[in-house]
Design a protein around this ligand. Sequence first.
Ligand code: IDP
Ligand code: MG
Length: 176
Amino acid sequence: FLPHLVASMEDVEETYIMIKPDGVQRGLVGEIITRFEKKGFKLTGLKLFQCPTELAQEHYKDLQSKPFFPKLINYITSGPVVCMAWEGVGVVASARKLIGATNPLNAEPGTIRGDLAVQTGSNYTVDSQDSMLIPFGRNVVHGSDSPENGKREIALWFKQGEVCQWTPAQEPWLTE
Ligand code: IDP
Ligand code: MG
């Protein structure tokens, strides 16, 4: 019996995963959801959603002072996103590993960004009406960076009643 290896209810975390507008437009919704499903995490919330500007600004408020912030808000509000809540032991860090590095060019093969996105490079103009450059902005998916932010972001993106508590039939086959 190794008490430190036994996961308790307190180890169960929640993370907010979002398929960004480029992932939706490129038809990657099924592929991305499949990766989290196959890993064995529990889906507790899911919706297609057109994000209002104020919500995008609140979600990314820590990046407010960055030069790319206005572009980031335009990007996130440029089309529908898929909002997801996922639950599991260690889900926050594990989801970040599945997603890969922020810049898809640096993301390892096998990760979502490494497999499904390319660099939006320094001499690549994203928006033909606006020649401002946006390095590596299009990286198909978002994942919370801490359990605290997981809770904060799920509360931000989902209304009460939209997150479901349920017991997947596979649970006893995934954990003991
Ligand atoms: P993360 O999504 O890997 O957690 P963050 O640093 O939290 O990365 O940045 C949030 C999002 O902002 C990124 O996923 C990306 O879309 C965008 N972003 C981050 N850094 C840059 C940048 O230097 N230029 C343009 N967009 C950026
Ligand atoms: Mg982040």
